[in-house]
Design a protein around this ligand. Structure first.
Ligand code: CA
Length: 239
């Protein structure tokens, strides 16, 4: 905490007040990244390219179009067209929706309920445009995220790792960067959160090691959402 205060020019850690939690969805609230990777892998196989499943964890957090642009440049040496991006992202969503229903991350509900009870505003910040998951939020975490408390791929020009999604979430919540925490599991998401100026918590819920999240700017790295939920009382004591 002191390192964060120092880095952001705050006079002391005592000045930190958490008023909003800005929370990533895939791999953070939902144990969905394995399925997303398989869906992307299937799309690329349709295009005649065999890819490693772990590759997609590195792109996590980017918008679907940005991922497609990266993949087509990497494997076909060209940009994705707007029409292709729509068609291929719909295909990817189709593969994803055929898989078994993803489960909420253990500890996610407890954390969200605790933060809400403490008066902390919770805002969802996702690069996803996957309607099926966004709609499920209401069912799995009732009363936490209204449609007005979400920043999705539709609301941003520059997705993660740009800080824009988290800066927009702060504007939505009416808070300053030093009043915000970001909860993320992906390297590019952590970079986005750290660049926004929020206190950024990295969770190692996938194959990405803690050192990578720390190198992207995570102020602390925890091994799971459950570990964060259990430590939430200490976090809510920071004001
Ligand atoms: Ca994520």
């Amino acid at each position: 905490m002191e390192r964060y205060a120092c880095r952001h020019g705050l006079k002391s850690a005592d000045r930190l007040t958490m008023r909003a939690a800005l929370i990533d969805m895939d791999g953070t609230l939902y144990d969905s990244m394995g399925y997303h990777s398989i869906a992307w892998q299937s799309v690329m196989r349709d295009l005649g390219v065999d890819t490693d499943r772990d590759e997609y964890f590195l792109y996590e957090g980017m918008t679907g179009k940005a991922i497609l642009n990266l993949l087509l440049n990497k494997y076909f040496n060209r940009d994705v067209t707007d029409d292709e991006a729509v068609e291929l992202y719909a295909r990817k969503a189709g593969y994803f929706n055929k898989m078994p229903e993803v489960k909420p991350m253990p500890g996610a509900k407890q954390l969200l309920e605790h933060l809400t009870a403490c008066g902390v505003k919770c805002v969802l910040v996702t690069g996803s445009g996957q309607r099926s998951l966004i709609e499920r939020l209401q069912r799995d975490f009732p009363g936490i995220f209204s449609r007005e408390k979400m920043i999705t791929s539709a609301e941003v020009v520059h997705g993660k790792p740009d800080p824009e999604p988290y800066l927009k979430a702060m504007a939505l919540a009416g808070v300053e960067p030093h009043e915000s925490i970001v909860i993320e599991n992906a390297p590019l998401g952590v970079r986005s959160g750290a660049r926004s100026g929020a206190f950024t918590i990295g969770l190692t819920t996938g194959p990405i090691p803690a050192e990578t999240l720390a190198a992207e700017g995570a102020d602390i790295v925890l091994p799971s959402m459950m570990a964060l939920a259990e430590g939430a009382r200490a976090l809510t004591d920071i004001d």
